[in-house]
Design a protein around this ligand. Structure first.
Ligand SMILES: [Zn+2]
Length: 301
């Protein structure tokens, strides 16, 4: 292994299917990358060994690094030091940070993956130059993160930005969190795909539904209208509280271009203001935002 002399920050994105690692230089540009399957079916200890193994490998590439930032779904309970709300359920209730720290000889930081996304886009992506950035993930799940003047705001209980579990309809669909009618049950990729199938369409991906709507298919267009309307109502609720300068969209659904047109119009109708000046933009860092944001957990704002 040849060390990368300019390596400063190490980030690891621990997802349900893959673990991705990156080394950034002092200018926050990636100088090394690696990835491996999570193999979550083999359980908690196996995942801990895989993440710490990857961290050791990246440490050899960047011996001068200050520490290792890790992004993953869910968040750390301040009271108990254990992970909660992760959709990789074998991690929930486990002291993931302490177990990783015990295996590594540099500081380790652990943060929610949507928070890492928001941090990366605020510092070096589509939110750059803005004071208050709300970064949102529209993918398998729906999450969000808040960055103020380049610094992440995780919140008092580490749940800041979790708009995906705002209940917008108490009688709505069941959510994995145990409640009903959460934003995520309408705006996630599986939710859009399910709505299209229930309307009589074939089982297909969210991007295919958007493509069908763009080709003029009525059913797809109506489903997408509903989606944009719900997006508007849900996001306007957040804007009423936070009033961010910019909202940066990430995750697979951020490629649905209607969100920046019809979706934005719906936000404007629902927001508590006579106009909508908030920028609603697509991410600039693509799939790399999460792992870059994890690496930035150790960088000064
Ligand atoms: Zn929920």
């Amino acid at each position: 292994v040849t060390p990368v002399a300019e390596g400063r920050y190490i980030g690891i994105d621990l997802g349900g299917s893959k673990i991705e690692g990156v080394v950034l230089d002092a200018a926050l540009a990636p100088v090394a990358r690696t990835r491996l399957p999570t193999e979550r079916e083999r359980g908690y200890q196996h995942i801990v060994e895989r993440v710490s193994g990857l961290a050791h490998e990246l440490r050899r590439l960047a011996p001068a690094c200050r520490g290792i930032g890790i992004g993953t779904p869910g968040s750390l309970s301040r009271a108990h030091g254990t992970l909660k709300n992760s959709n990789t359920v074998c991690l929930n209730g486990r002291p993931l940070l302490a177990d990783l720290q015990a295996r590594l000889d540099v500081p380790v930081w652990l943060e929610n993956d949507a928070n890492c996304f928001a941090l990366a886009e605020a510092r070096g992506g589509a939110g750059r130059g803005h004071r208050l950035v709300f970064g949102i993930i529209l993918g398998t799940g729906v999450g969000g993160g808040i960055v103020w003047n380049g610094a992440l705001w995780p919140g008092f209980q580490s749940i800041a930005g979790e708009w995906g579990h705002h209940r917008i309809d108490p009688g709505g669909p069941d959510c994995y969190c145990g409640r009903r009618g959460c934003v995520e049950t309408y705006l996630s990729g599986p939710a859009l795909e399910g709505a299209y199938a229930r309307a009589g369409g074939p089982r297909c991906s969210a991007s295919e539904i958007a493509a069908r709507a763009a080709r003029g298919e009525t059913r797809a267009s109506e489903i997408l209208d509903d989606y944009c309307e719900t997006f508007g109502r849900a996001l306007a609720n957040v804007i009423n509280v936070l009033d961010p300068d910019v909202v940066v969209l990430g995750g697979g659904l951020s490629n649905v271009s209607e969100l920046y047109g019809r979706g934005r119009d719906a936000v404007a109708r629902w927001v508590f203001n006579d106009e909508l000046r908030t920028a609603i933009v697509r991410n600039a860092l693509g799939d790399s935002a999460g792992v870059i944001g994890a690496a930035l957990l150790g960088a000064d704002p």
